[in-house]
Design a binder for this molecule. Structure first.
Ligand code: NAD
Ligand code: DAU
Length: 336
């Protein structure tokens, strides 16, 4: 049994990871999250009160607060999800991205070193590699060529983790994953946004020509990959995770309309995202051969399950969209 500090555990992937770890292991999980607009404790209401689960509200950028958290909880492992994660927001204002993704990661590395953390798992993204042409795949050796403020801040954090390994002999592993989808994803990202709009007969905004390609992976497959990297990844190594499921955005939107039972007349082509990366696709063969990992969902099975979840949990995304979910913290935790 280990004490694992999970940062960003109230977000989309973090909350799925916390739930999976509590269901499948007896590790002690400390969920550290600032609860920004993207952090939602309702995502984990089913595990509250578990003896091996604790939530701490805190900002990873605040070294004084982080020092107190590490001193109190003495984690052996850190799994670092906390980040500003949405590309479009980083185009509007990159400030929080540099603070949380770059400065916050360095604060966590420093605290981990000072408090004797055994292993630091840094959760990163395929976007650090930039954009692909019509062919080829990102491997762990692909040069870092991030194009957006978001991906640049993530690449910066990856390099700080690399430096911690080389300079301070820290035991760190970096995971880089393609586009996740599944339950509890904030409805600003393509798939949940399109499901919610289709459900409500609101136009579906497709950027540019809709032919940008993403490699879709179900969040459960990503979480299993992070766990395998945490358990058996080699120090200083990077592991790519992808869903072996490249799809054009327009294809994804058509599939969602079909599954929700709505017509293509809802599609609207809108102004393209500035600097929009054309294509991402992952070579996950290192994770497959060295960690014994492979994705279990096909895109078709995962998307059908996800659409079903959003249709069955309309209250969840309505509360998220209206901001009402943010009342939950004060109701649940009062002044703490
Ligand atoms: P998310 O936006 O849903 O969640 C981010 C979480 O971090 C939220 O709970 C938020 O409250 C918390 N947070 C933000 N700033 C914080 C701060 N200063 N201190 C403490 N907590 C803070 O993001 P996600 O989609 O779950 O992504 C999680 C991680 O995985 C990120 O590091 C992201 O870069 C990476 N990633 C995401 C994807 C994807 O497709 N979503 C793919 C690959 C990698
Ligand atoms: O590849 C991993 C990355 O995937 C993660 O690191 C990021 O945190 C995550 O947000 C995601 O980034 P993307 O920019 O690829 O995801 P997003 O859902 O924002 O967009 C997916 C594609 O859909 C992209 O080509 C832009 C397009 N899009 C998106 C939105 C929100 C639209 O056409 N219309 C939209 O309204």
């Amino acid at each position: 049994m280990s004490k694992i500090l999970v940062t960003g555990g109230a977000g989309f992937i973090g909350s799925n990871f916390v739930r999976m770890m509590l269901a499948e292991t007896d590790h002690q999980i400390i969920n550290l999250d600032l609860l920004t607009y993207a952090g939602n404790l309702e995502n984990l209401s089913d595990v509250e009160g578990r003896a091996n689960y604790a939530f701490v509200r805190g900002d990873i950028v605040d070294a004084r607060v982080m020092s107190a958290v590490f001193a109190e909880h003495q984690p052996e492992v850190v799994v670092h999800f906390a980040a500003e994660s949405h590309v479009d927001r980083s185009v509007l204002d990159a400030t929080a991205f540099v603070q949380t993704n770059v400065v916050g990661t360095q604060v966590l590395l420093d605290q981990s070193r000072h408090h004797g953390v055994r292993r630091f798992v840094h959760v990163s993204t395929d976007e650090v590699y930039g954009s692909l042409g019509a062919t080829g795949l990102f491997t762990e050796d692909t040069p870092l060529q991030p194009n957006s403020p978001y991906s640049s801040s993530k690449a910066g954090s990856d390099l700080l983790v690399r430096a911690a390994v080389h300079t301070h002999d820290m035991d760190c592993v970096i995971t880089r994953c393609s586009n996740n989808y599944g339950p509890f994803q904030f409805p600003e990202k393509l798939i949940p946004l399109m499901i919610a709009n289709a459900r409500e007969d609101t136009p579906l905004p497709v950027y540019g020509d809709g032919k940008n390609v993403r490699d879709w992976i179900h969040v459960d497959d990503h979480c299993r990959g992070i766990r395998r990297a945490m358990e058996d990844g080699a120090t200083g190594e990077v592991y790519n995770f992808g869903g072996d499921a490249e799809r054009e955005n327009l294809f994804v939107v058509h599939e969602i309309l079909r599954l929700v039972g709505k017509g293509e007349d809802l599609i609207r082509f809108v102004t393209d995202r500035p600097g929009h990366d054309r294509r991402y696709a992952m070579d996950s063969s290192k994770a497959k051969s060295q960690l014994g990992w492979s994705p279990s969902f096909t895109f078709e099975s995962g998307l059908a399950q996800t659409v079903e979840w959003y249709l069955a949990n309309q209250q969840w995304w309505e509360r998220v969209r209206s901001g009402a979910y943010q009342d939950y913290y004060s109701r649940q935790y009062g002044g703490r």
